[in-house]
Design a protein around this ligand. Structure first.
Ligand code: GLN
Length: 189
């Protein structure tokens, strides 16, 4: 049994849950998904992996640092324990990892530019260099990175990996392809 905690701050959380369940079925493993809303949720549950969806990073920072929640600092503490802890961060989730704004070290070694492709209407879908359907929604761009590039678009990194921390600037949960959710579950084995 693999227990995945998902940050319920904002974004396509239920699409991620569906993708995780589908990935688990494909890998023939049991998965339990734990919804994380406050620091307390992480205190009382032991998780094997963490899912950090996209959304709007400013909103996620506000909600996640709110006194009633304090989920974001708890998540950063959990991730910082060890690079081997499996994390899948998408879009705004990747922004939070590259720039946690908590006085601590960044969780991925990448400089990231928010809204780098333009406004919401400039969102687009394209095939990535690895053949994956890339859905970019007011997406950020990796400007530079020292982490392993696991996926690119026209030669530019759009997916990076540092230990078991996987960060993507696109939305794999909306594509019907569970490759990256499987990668997260496989990192737990
Ligand atoms: N534009 C958002 C931000 O800057 C990210 C968009 C997304 O997660 N789809 O936080």
């Amino acid at each position: 049994m693999v227990v995945v905690g998902i940050a319920m701050l904002q974004g396509a959380r239920h699409a991620h849950m569906d993708a995780l369940n589908a990935a688990a079925t494909e890998l023939d493993i049991d998965v339990e998904i734990v919804e994380l809303r406050t620091r307390h949720d992480l205190d009382i549950r032991t998780i094997d992996a963490l899912m950090l969806p996209g959304g709007e990073s400013t909103v996620m920072r506000l909600r996640g640092n709110d006194e009633a929640s304090n989920l974001l600092p708890a998540i950063f503490d959990w991730i910082r324990v060890d690079e081997a802890r499996p994390v899948l961060a998408t879009c705004a989730g990747a922004i939070l990892l590259s720039d946690p704004q908590d006085g601590g070290v960044p969780l991925i070694d990448a400089e990231i530019d928010r809204n780098a492709y333009g406004r919401q209407v400039d969102s687009f879908q394209t095939e990535l260099d690895c053949g994956f359907p890339g859905i970019f929604i007011r997406a950020p761009r990796f400007i530079s990175t020292k982490d392993e590039v696991i996926c690119s678009h026209q030669g530019e990194p759009v997916g990076i990996r540092r230990g078991n921390r996987i960060s993507l600037t696109f939305h794999p949960e909306l594509s019907g392809d569970t490759r990256y959710h499987r990668m997260l579950l496989e990192a737990c084995q």
